[in-house]
Design a binder for this molecule. Sequence first.
Ligand SMILES: [Zn+2]
Length: 478
Amino acid sequence: MLTSAGPRVLWYKDTARPSPVMPAVPIRAGLAAQATPIRRKAVAMMSLRPPSGRRRFQIRWLLFILALAFATAAGLVHSDTPGGHPVADGDHALTLADPWLWDHPLTRYWSVRVPERPFDYPRSLRRDRKFGQDYPYQTWGLVWESPQAVKTRRIFVHYQHREDEYLARQATAALARLYWVAREYLGREPVSRGSGDRDPQVHVWMTRDGEAGGEEFQGHLYLYAVQEPRAPAEWLREIAHEYAHAILPRIGPYHEGEPWASGYLGERLLLKWLIDNGETAAWGERFSGPDYMANQIAPLRDRYLNSGPHAASLVQMDAAGMEQLIGFALAIEAAYGPRLLREALARLGAEEHPGAFVRSVGEALTAQQPDTILLDACAFIPARSPGAVQQPDGGWRFERVAYWVYLPPGEWEISVDGTAPALLQLERVALTRDAPAGTFRGRVEVGAWRRLDLAASVRGTMVLRRVRFQRRAPDADS
Ligand SMILES: [Zn+2]
């Protein structure tokens, strides 16, 4: 919800513990904001400063780098001592596996560091941008791509009370994993804001003020009332949500709920990929992946699939529209894999309207090379696929099943990985069947979203893993 608490103060925040559907976002009125709060609309503080201020900033940076070099040389920067906390110490490897993206699992690395003398760093680097409050303590997240690679400090978690160190270390460890997941799945990472921000980092400011929840402000993440306990999945959700605001195209503005879909979309994608990779203990205690999928992913995805890409609700600017759009993105991820989502988001550029995002998915499918579109059998339309049963070896068993597919113009051959269907219909396209080969063929004149219906022979069932669309040269005799 967008709220005005004064003539120059206009902002929103994200509260903890949302309802399973879309939570209302209440007002946060305790602290006074000084800048226009709507994310990214406000120009980064740096570029608003006069040249002298910028020089001052550069000098501070230089001092910071010198102080850091000194601290490192003097052995003051250390990794945490082993034992005690469930947040593991030293270097960590994160292995990501997704058959849509990589032939072999990918391993990335991270560690959490605590600077021994945070007071050695310039005060400007210990003060937050939004409220100008001092945060005397920091933890750092280091990330690196291979065992030989240079460790880069990309994550800063700032906190105000020494007692919050453990929490800060947990937040750093969680964000390090989210950093890699977002980067490897979506190609998204913190971006440079303002001329002085040469090394794109993400800063988290943990305060005991306010009410439990988070906010993103100019690429900075705020966590409020951090002394209030949250469930492990709730901490992860809050951090993933605010980080997603910082790195994803925002999509909106919606006039109900919160203005930008990026937070709720991103938290679902990032948490799903953590679950896919067995990282449900990213906040120490493990949370239930199946419960999260059943409560946060499947309902939105299935609701979109049942109403389809032509439903007006997909581009409605209210809370229901945002849910529908998130369901659309989740269905795209399930049907075509994360790569298509990544390309569609990259194509958005400065466009923000949900319609532009829907269109960019079609464009990404059109640009796909080679001309093969693979559709995962799991992304079926529930209302049109009664009695679907997941198979232990992957794939699904159906009597009949329907999908949404965007096909660019051209001559297409349709086949399946699994049991060839007895019947296959593509909305508004005449198909011919090559029975021995188990394939269907037809000409699509206009690129559009169409419904694809498949059925097994009478009283029979078919097991499908993927549906394959292969573009062919026009056939002279068909
Ligand atoms: Zn949000």
